[in-house]
Design a protein around this ligand. Structure first.
Ligand code: KG4
Ligand code: ZN
Length: 335
């Protein structure tokens, strides 16, 4: 069965065709980064308008790359995300579903991230621990089966991607900051600053990154006052990244041990971070799975895969779902 996946929850328009027998057939992505960069963050209205502009051409490109006239089903991100942006994908999916007379499946964006490693040659088997780290979420989840999710821990304040982005902004790196900060960190000394490893002394699996961000801010101000910021940026970036990654890895190892889980899946935009990928693989005794770099950040392929697994939940094409807030645990195992 051929599933068309549509992702428009934030600032990337992603489209893909996924064959349940043969895997990924075609995919295309349009990033809006340049449009939002001047504002230092995502402007929802601009995001929606650009999805309107780009979505249909991307669908046409993917269909023509694959030599396909119509898919067997359509999956779209129904939430969480920016409501206007979500409605563009939902509206397009509903319209095409009516035109093509095929089922339309609303997909939870974070379930998409969670199943992204299933696009790789060696997909993870259940059960596993999932560390989902993106711009909006930091979650540790015990995954017993597709749809069987128990939230073990989450962020009490900023998501880790958000912490990367805000710290990057402090360092004058622009938007989106995560990849830029990681690149700058390559040239820095990660031991230059002893930043806090937030919440590591707490027995739970929750995260908090605002204290770490504040600690960086204080050091930025100090370096600025001393006229030395330019020379210190790489060290600040490297020391921040080390503290954030140490926290993520340590909590993941602890959660895996507590739950008796021998596999870890790392997914979401921050899953593209090289230090995180390296440290998790080096320190976790079991198997570690990631999506390829391009499928860590938002994309249509992960939505197509999640949609294929949730086909039973296809609704009426006329029902457009857009849920800015939506709990992953509420999804349940498909019938
Ligand atoms: O999953 P994603 O594309 O969108 C959301 O669902 O939020 O994640 C985007 C987040 C941004 O905060 C971005 O800065 C971060 O992922 N990110 C990174 C890296 N690449 C993307 N953070 C750290 N290191 C990276 N290499
Ligand atoms: Zn995402």
């Amino acid at each position: 069965m051929l599933v068309l996946g549509i992702e428009t929850s934030c600032d990337e328009t992603g489209v893909a065709l996924y064959d349940t027998e043969n895997g990924l057939v075609a995919d295309a992505l349009h990033s809006q980064v340049d449009l939002h960069a001047v504002y230092g963050g995502v402007v929802p209205e601009i995001a929606s308008r650009d999805h309107v502009r780009m979505l249909l051409p991307l669908i046409q490109r993917v269909m023509s790359d694959a030599g396909v006239d119509k898919p067997d089903a359509i999956a779209y991100t129904a939430g969480p995300g920016l409501v206007g942006a979500l409605m563009v994908g939902g509206g397009m999916a509903a319209g095409l579903g009516l035109a093509w007379d095929c089922p339309v499946v609303p997909v939870h964006h974070m379930e998409g991230h969670l199943v992204a490693p299933m696009l790789e040659d060696t997909p993870p088997q259940f059960p596993f621990l999932a560390l989902l780290v993106s711009g909006g979420h930091s979650m540790l989840i015990a995954v017993r089966a597709f749809g069987d999710y128990r939230l073990l821990g989450t962020t009490l304040d900023d998501a880790v991607g958000e912490a990367f982005d805000k710290t990057a902004k402090l360092l004058g790196l622009g938007y989106p900051g995560g990849p830029a900060l990681a690149a700058l960190a390559e040239d820095g000394d990660e031991n230059a600053y002893d930043f806090p490893r937030p919440m590591l002394n707490k027995p739970n699996f929750d995260f908090s990154f605002s204290g770490l961000k504040t600690a960086v801010m204080l050091e930025v101000r100090k370096a600025e006052a001393a006229g030395k910021l330019a020379n210190r940026k790489a060290d600040l970036a490297a020391s921040f990244q080390r503290a954030a990654v140490d926290t993520l890895v340590a909590k993941s190892l602890r959660a895996a041990r507590a739950e008796g889980l021998e596999r870890v899946v790392v997914a979401g935009g921050v899953g593209a971070n090289r230090l995180l990928r390296h440290e998790m693989a080096a320190r976790f005794e079991g198997e570690v799975y990631y999506p390829r770099l391009a499928f860590c950040t938002d994309n249509g392929a992960m939505i197509a895969v999640a949609g294929a697994l949730r086909l039973a939940e296809a609704g009426e094409a006329s029902e457009i779902r857009a849920q800015p807030r939506w709990s992953l645990e509420s999804l349940g195992v498909p019938a």
